[in-house]
Ligand binder design. Sequence first.
Ligand code: C2E
Ligand code: CA
Ligand code: CA
Ligand code: CA
Length: 279
Amino acid sequence: AKDKGRGGHEFYAAQMNAQGTERLMLESGLRRALERNELEMHYQPKMDLRTQRIVGVEALMRWRHPVLGMVSPAQFIPIAEETGLIVPMGLWALRTACAEARDWQSRGLPPVQMSVNLSVRQFASDSLVEDIAGVLNETGLNPELLELEITESVMMKSPETTAQLLQQIRRLGVGLAIDDFGTGYSSLSYLKRFPLTTVKIDRSFVNDLSQDPDSQALADGIVTLAHGLRMKVVAEGVETAEQLAYLRAHGCDEIQGYWLCKPMPAEDVCAFMARHLRT
Ligand code: C2E
Ligand code: CA
Ligand code: CA
Ligand code: CA
């Protein structure tokens, strides 16, 4: 039996491609990433198009793998979601981001909104609302300064339960943004049904805004729809002055993207905000 087991293992190993190996390496590494302090949060500023002020930041997770170096969230977030590790990781991200926001204020920076991504898996955890309330309590961050970014997949999962959870989160005073808007399959009625405060126009629409009339029509439609429902509109992935000019001329409220700056470690974003105040 022992030989058979080993043979089976060898067979499997031979079959396994490089991708599979890397995937296993990431999966086992991710289990220890939190306790080994390999995760960090970076922050990408958002600018108000009317006042040109920095009014918020989005918190984005980074993983510094001891061997592989920086691993992209596009690679590790899906694994974290499949394994359920996203639940403790997401709570850590929320706590870290809120503590950081509070710290910036105590250093004399004007208050900015802190947006944190929430995975669909976190909605399956019984303690989500308590966890959020606990972090706000613990860090002393004004709930009005916290915004949670969710995707359409959250609302599709179980609309009834989700609507209730989102109501409870809103009652804490926390804002709710719908992320990557227009890329999922949710129906427009979700915008009315859920207590959302912000719509984020997905990067794919912003990308070809300056050449493509269809993308322009989509962006214009999202702005009109969102404003009609008293929601704020943020465009993500703004890289050029042309995109910025279009969005400003068409009523978008805030932008985020490489045109302004890339996501940065806390120290750098702090310095960026301080510099921006003086210009
Ligand atoms: P997302 O929530 O849509 O975040 C925006 C992504 O666009 C970020 O990628 C950001 O770095 C990138 N980005 C911002 N401006 C530009 C731009 O001008 N051009 C281009 N090409 N890209 C831009 P990032 O940091 O690699 O994150 C990828 C995704 O991973 C996020 O997409 C989000 O879905 C997920 N993610 C990241 N951090 C967390 C987290 O803490 N929790 C959860 N649940 N998901 C996270
Ligand atoms: Ca996001
Ligand atoms: Ca997004
Ligand atoms: Ca996106």
